[in-house]
Design a protein around this ligand. Sequence first.
Ligand SMILES: [Ca+2]
Length: 133
Amino acid sequence: MTLSGAPAVVRTDAVLDFNWRQGTPDAAIGIDFFSVRWSGKLKPLYTETYQIYTTSDDGIRVRINGELVIDSWMKQSGTERTGSISLTAGQLYDIQVEYYENQGDARARLMWESPSQVKATVPASALFLPSAS
Ligand SMILES: [Ca+2]
C-alpha cells in the first residue's frame, strides 16, 4: 500500500486492462499485497471534458498532470470509480495510476469517455511512454 522499496518488476503495458483474479501480474510477485505504479503520457483526441473511470480490486488512484482525478485508495472488490478533467486535443499529459491489491481477487482497468467518444478502455494509441514529447 505504500509503494515503497525497489520495484520487483519493471515493464511496459500497452493498456491498463487487467483481471488477475486470484493470480499475479508476474511470477516474481506474490498473489496478495502487491502494488503497481504506471507512469506515462496521455494524448486525448478532443478538446473536451473527459470522464475517467477505473474498475479496481482493490485500491486505485489516477493523477493527470498532477491532478488527483480518482482517489480510491481502499480495500474494495471490483468497484467502478469516476472523475472528470478538461483536456486539450493532441496535448501530452502526464498520467500516473497507482494500484494495490490486498487479498483475494485482483483487477485494474482504466477507461475514459467524452461527449465525442463512448466509454472504453483507454487505448494504446492514446498512451505513451513517460519520455514521450
Ligand atoms: Ca483484492
